[in-house]
Design a protein around this ligand. Structure first.
Ligand code: HEC
Length: 128
């Protein structure tokens, strides 16, 4: 094979590999260093989230005020209006109205560390 032909086949392959790399990155779970999803689930149970939300991993209650949290990790937005990123989610989980005036979810009293654990749990809730 002449080098020009070889180059012509390699360039599209390289572009594809780069694109695949990007797609993979966007698909990765959002990481909260040091947070523990298991503790997060315990905190979800202890803090009454399920009074307002149906939460996978919590059998009862399955409240309907706040909407189900199944598949939350796949949603691009929090409450339809804030970017679903770790830092924003942690702030939301502590005090939604402070972050977004008019938010219909009350402040939770979670500490920063607790909210990080809860966020880690919510990010395990993907659609798969
Ligand atoms: C008193 C009811 C209530 C409680 C308790 C409550 N929430 Fe909410 N939550 C809501 C409502 C209502 C919304 C929608 C807010 C809005 O759109 O303004 C919401 C929104 C959310 C969202 C965004 C959901 C989405 O689909 O974008 C998350 C995540 C969430 N709550 C997690 C929690 C967690 C975790 C707890 C417990 C620490 C909790 N909530 C406790 C009522 C509640």
């Amino acid at each position: 094979m002449r080098w020009t032909t070889r180059l012509a086949t390699m360039v599209p392959l390289l572009a594809l590999a780069l694109l695949a790399g990007c797609a993979e990155k966007a698909d990765q779970p959002r990481v909260l260093a040091g947070a523990d999803a298991g503790r997060g689930l315990a905190l979800v149970r202890a803090n009454g989230c399920a009074a307002c939300h149906a939460v996978p991993g919590v059998a009862w209650p399955r409240g309907e005020v706040g909407g189900p949290l199944a598949g939350f990790a796949d949603r691009p937005l929090i409450a339809g209006r804030l970017p679903n990123q770790p830092r924003t989610l942690v702030a939301w989980l502590r005090d939604p109205p402070a972050l977004s005036p008019g938010a219909a979810m009350p402040a939770t009293g979670l500490s920063e560390a607790q909210a990080r654990d809860v966020a880690a749990y919510l990010y395990t809730l993907d659609g798969r």
